[in-house]
Ligand binder design. Structure first.
Ligand SMILES: CC(C)(COP(=O)(O)OP(=O)(O)OC[C@H]1O[C@@H](n2cnc3c(N)ncnc32)[C@H](O)[C@@H]1OP(=O)(O)O)[C@@H](O)C(=O)NCCC(=O)NCCS
Length: 184
C-alpha cells in the first residue's frame, strides 16, 4: 500500500450506498476498469438495477466518487441450484467441480464488480470496499465469480477460497467471522 495521500483539505474517505444521481459517475468508474470488455452503454444496461439495489456501495474521497462495489443479495445455495438447473452461461452441471464442504446459509452477499479509479489505486480503498459488509449481521459470507482470463485469482485467494470451478471461471467465498471488527 502506498503512503496515505496528503491533502491540504483532506477528509476521510466515505462509503455509502449508490443513489440514482451517482449512476453516470459509477458507469465511468466501471468503464475505467472494464472498458476493454464492455462499452459504457452495456455496463449501464447490465448493471443499472444492481447499482440501485440499496446494497451496492460507492467510495467518496474529498467529495469525489472514486470507487464502487456492485453487489447483490444472493446465496451460494441459489448459485449452486442455478448450476444444477443449467441456468447459467458458464457454470453447467456437466462442467463444474464443487468443493464446498459445509452447508452454507442463505444469508449470502454476491460481489459482482469492484472498481477503483486507476489514479486512486493502492491506497487500501479496494480492501475497504471488499471488507465493508464483513460485520453486517444480514450476511454470513461474500462470494463471487472470477473469469480465469482476468488472471487475478491469486489476489482473491488472499481473502477467499475457491468453492466451484468450471473451464472458464472460478467461484470464491469468504466467510465472515462475526467477531471481526466492524469497519463502519
Ligand atoms: C482490484 C482493485 C479494486 C484494487 O483496488 P486498490 O484500491 O488498488 O486495492 P488496495 O489498495 O486495497 O490493495 C490492493 C489489494 O487488492 C488486491 N488486488 C489487486 N488487483 C486485484 C484484482 N484485479 N482483483 C482482486 N484483487 C486485486 C491486491 O492483492 C491487494 O491485496 P492486499 O493489500 O491484501 O495485498 C483495483 O485494482 C481495480 O479497480 N482494478 C480493476 C478492476 C478489477 O480488476 N476488479 C476486480 C475484479 S471485479
Amino acid at each position: 500500500m502506498k503512503n496515505l495521500k496528503v491533502f491540504e483539505d483532506y477528509s476521510a474517505p466515505e462509503v455509502s450506498v449508490i443513489e440514482s444521481e451517482d449512476v453516470p459517475k459509477i458507469v465511468d468508474i466501471l468503464h475505467s476498469s472494464f472498458g476493454h470488455i464492455d462499452s459504457k452503454e452495456t455496463i449501464a444496461s447490465k448493471l443499472l438495477p444492481r447499482m440501485l439495489n440499496g446494497i451496492s456501495i460507492k467510495l467518496t474521497v474529498n467529495g469525489e466518487i472514486v470507487g464502487c462495489h456492485i453487489l447483490a443479495t444472493k446465496s451460494v445455495n441459489a448459485f449452486i441450484s442455478d448450476i444444477k438447473s443449467n441456468n447459467l452461461k458458464d457454470f453447467k452441471s456437466g462442467n463444474t467441480q464443487l468443493y464446498l464442504k459445509e452447508e452454507m446459509s442463505d444469508r449470502g452477499l454476491q460481489g459482482i464488480a469492484l472498481s477503483i479509479m486507476p489514479e486512486w489505486r493502492s491506497y487500501g480503498y479496494g480492501n475497504l470496499l471488499k471488507n465493508w459488509y464483513s460485520g453486517d449481521p444480514r450476511f454470513d459470507y461474500i462470494w463471487g465469480v472470477q473469469d480465469k482470463n482476468l488472471g487475478n485469482i491469486e489476489d482473491w485467494k488472499k481473502t477467499r477460497e475457491i468453492f466451484a470451478e468450471c473451464p472458464t471461471h472460478f467461484a470464491t467465498i469468504r466467510k465472515f467471522v462475526k467477531s471481526e471488527p466492524i469497519y463502519k
